[in-house]
Design a protein around this ligand. Structure first.
Ligand SMILES: [Zn+2]
Length: 342
């Protein structure tokens, strides 16, 4: 046994480490967990899960703790072991516990895991499923107020069981997400997305306890407007867009983070353009064909002004368009959307 903390890695794709680390301050919000912007699945999605190993009892723990999130979020997990499942889990005891974050899982080759459950202490599986649905580490919350004793953290994590280089420790623990890369503002000491670490790791004596279940604020955040509100319906309720409609479809977003869902049928292969117009600053994602989790393209500002525009060569099939508003400074309101075939 060791009393060293077991630290989880939320795997960040290289393109995110390339993002500029600008710091901006938004207005104070209510306390909540944090989610890197743009990694949430479409609200109402069913995420399929494939076990790539594990004993029946290990798999049962994973299923049970995934259910903590499904109970409050507008998401379902289907443990059907599909070869192309969005979430693919190994149980390699030599590889710690980690997961890719939210929709980043889609970028991982299908023969590779998106999550490893090398240990299952307490709420570990629940924590990793938190990553899989788009949550980041609470100890990396820019509002956390933790002053790391960097040399001690680097020294401790260089030993068993992690054996991390200084660079890995900086990436996984010390680095905070820039305030404009995350949703959420105030640090939650009860979050399941916070890992246990001792007071010796910080200069201001802050220690954390192991949190083995989602906190009240974790649940509030994941069920809230920015993540997976049950009031948001599912893809079945998506507004149907007619391709080459005579009039643009009018829509409105009342709050930052709110999401609208549309669907359209591409009757034939070809190039399609989807664009929004209006004063509302929106981010648009296109999913399909015939899939609510396969991302075709995303865009936030190549349209007119703050509008979004996607031009893509599509094969015939059913497509979903997700429109979200991300700007914290207001400016929400009406917009219109149109799909054209070139
Ligand atoms: Zn983690």
């Amino acid at each position: 046994m060791t009393d060293r903390p077991k630290v989880c890695i939320d795997r960040i794709l290289p393109r995110d480490t390339m993002r500029p680390q600008r710091i901006t301050r938004g207005p104070k919000g209510r306390p909540r967990a944090i989610s890197p912007i743009g990694k949430a699945w479409m609200n109402g999605s069913t995420l399929r899960v494939r076990f790539m190993g594990g004993t029946p009892s290990e798999q049962a723990v994973a299923r049970e703790q995934a259910g903590w999130w499904a109970a409050v979020a507008n998401l379902k997990f289907d443990f059907n072991d599909a070869p192309d499942a969005e979430i693919r889990i190994t149980f390699d005891p030599g590889d710690g516990a980690w997961s890719y974050v939210g929709t980043d899982c889609r970028g991982i080759p299908l023969n590779e895991a998106t999550m490893n459950l090398g240990f299952l202490d307490g709420g570990t599986a629940g924590h990793e499923f938190g990553h899989a649905i788009g949550l980041a580490h609470e100890h990396q919350n820019p509002a956390g107020g933790i002053e790391w004793n960097e040399q001690v953290v680097i020294r401790d994590l260089a030993g068993s069981p992690n054996f991390w280089s200084e660079e890995q420790t900086r990436h996984n623990v010390l680095r905070k997400y820039a305030a404009d890369q995350v949703n959420g503002t105030v640090f939650d000491p009860d979050s399941i997305m916070l890992y246990f670490f001792p007071a010796s790791w910080t200069l201001n004596g802050i220690a954390t306890k192991a949190n083995d279940a989602p906190s009240r604020l974790d649940k509030e955040f994941i069920a809230g407007a920015k993540m997976y509100p049950k009031t948001g319906g599912t893809t079945v309720d998506a507004t149907v867009l007619e391709v080459d409609a005579r009039r643009r479809t009018q829509a409105s977003i009342g709050k930052a983070g709110e999401e609208d869902l549309f669907r359209f049928t591409a009757a034939a292969d070809g190039r399609y353009i989807i664009d929004t117009r209006g004063q509302t600053d929106v981010v648009m994602k296109l999913f399909g064909p015939n899939s609510e989790t396969a991302l075709v393209a995303e865009d936030d500002d190549s349209g007119v002004d703050t509008n979004a525009r996607i031009a893509a060569d599509l094969i015939a099939g059913e497509y979903f368009v997700q429109v979200r508003h991300y700007n914290r400074d207001g400016g929400t309101g009406t917009y219109s959307i149109l799909v054209r075939k070139m």
